[in-house]
Design a protein around this ligand. Structure first.
Ligand code: AQP
Length: 336
């Protein structure tokens, strides 16, 4: 059995990096795998403060973006994490398997907690354990992610293996990362060495999935670049992170390679290229945004899709959790 699990946090400002690095790849994978679970990971979102009303709205927005991008909720399991208690239950058990030293090495915690580590939520530190539980609760075999999640996925593999070793079972498969596509790491429009991120303070650093055509064009026009014209080959992008990022975004949106983009725009000025990039971004994102708006006008429908997905997810996770409880030695009614 080949089963996919992947998620996006409903932390607001869903952006082009989330789309190109994750959601668009899921659309392609849904026809290649028997089972796909696509999750709005709201339990992960609250590892940093979320306004409750905003969290609800952001959860619907991420679900709408997935569906608008082409994920079919009838064919896949689309749900929000908190509706399936198995995630939190398994996370606790796995937190007792994972080692502090392993989590201490996670770079995302260091980045997000910053200098004020003492004041970070315990949940932020334990985030990768919950991510392991998300995947293992369904015995998922493949996890499509962007580059930034690679380390967390390696940890999920280590946790799965340690659980199997500790209890002398061959229960959890080691989940494989699927990192593919032309945009595994979309960078900030303000700094080509930082990834495009929801939590970056400057809105000009990212293209949000809710930005209108004017905002997209303005952000691309204002995107940081150097003063040289575009090179004619990818070797000329060396040491030019902002140029490399914009070329990469164009290539990903046009479904082509950076070489092809440079064959067309090499020696041109950024002003000219940016205009083409803005037109392409608007043409590709516009229909998705229209569909998102249509879906969000009927929140009851989105909520029903998530509720139905959660019901199916609970049914898949139930036998896995039941077996985990038996393996660990928890007493309970047979078959619970
Ligand atoms: N810049 C990016 N380029 C490519 N892929 C990306 N992803 C995130 N940023 C980029 C991928 O999107 C999926 C969902 O990410 P997430 O919602 O779990 O949040 P994150 O990885 O922590 O990324 P964000 O959007 O930057 O949020 P904040 O600012 O809150 O950290 C994942 O598959 C991720 O790889």
């Amino acid at each position: 059995m080949r089963r996919i699990f992947s998620g996006v946090q409903p932390t607001g400002n869903l952006h082009l990096g989330n789309y190109l690095g994750a959601i668009r790849n899921w659309v392609r994978l849904q026809s290649e795998f028997e089972d796909c679970l696509f999750c709005v990971v709201d339990l992960h979102a609250i590892t940093v403060w979320q306004d409750p009303g905003q969290l609800t709205a952001n959860t619907r927005e991420v679900a709408a973006a997935m569906i608008a991008a082409g994920i079919e909720p009838e064919r896949n399991i689309v749900f929000n994490q908190s509706q399936v208690p198995a995630h939190a239950e398994l996370a606790w058990i796995l937190a007792c398997v994972a080692r502090m030293g392993w989590l201490n090495r996670m770079t995302q915690f260091k980045e997000k907690a910053g200098k004020d580590k003492e004041n970070a939520a315990v949940g932020l530190f334990a985030y990768p354990v919950l991510m392991a539980a998300d995947i293992l609760a369904y015995q998922a075999t493949h996890v499509p992610v962007g580059e930034d999640q690679k380390q967390h996925l390696e940890l999920a593999r280590d946790i799965a293996q340690k659980f199997n070793n500790d209890f002398g079972v061959a229960f959890f498969p080691a989940p494989e990362p699927l990192i593919f596509g032309a945009a595994t790491r979309v960078m900030s429009l303000r700094d080509g060495t930082k990834k495009m991120s929801k939590s970056e303070a400057s809105d000009y650093s990212r293209i949000n999935m809710t930005d209108d055509a004017d905002a997209i064009a303005q952000k691309i026009r204002k995107a940081r670049t150097d003063s040289d014209p575009l090179p004619t080959g990818t070797a000329g992008l060396e040491g030019r992170p902002e140029a490399a990022n914009l070329i990469g975004i164009y290539a990903a949106l046009a479904d082509t390679t950076p070489e092809d983009v440079l064959a067309r725009f090499g020696e041109k000025q950024f002003s000219d290229f940016k205009q083409h990039l803005a037109e392409l971004a608007v043409a590709k994102l516009g229909p998705i945004q229209d569909e998102m708006r249509r879906l969000l006008a009927d929140p009851g429908h989105v909520d029903r899709v998530l509720a139905r997905g959660a019901e199916r997810a609970r049914a898949l996770a139930a036998p896995v959790l039941s077996e985990v409880r038996r393996i660990v030695g928890f007493l309970g009614p047979k078959g619970s």
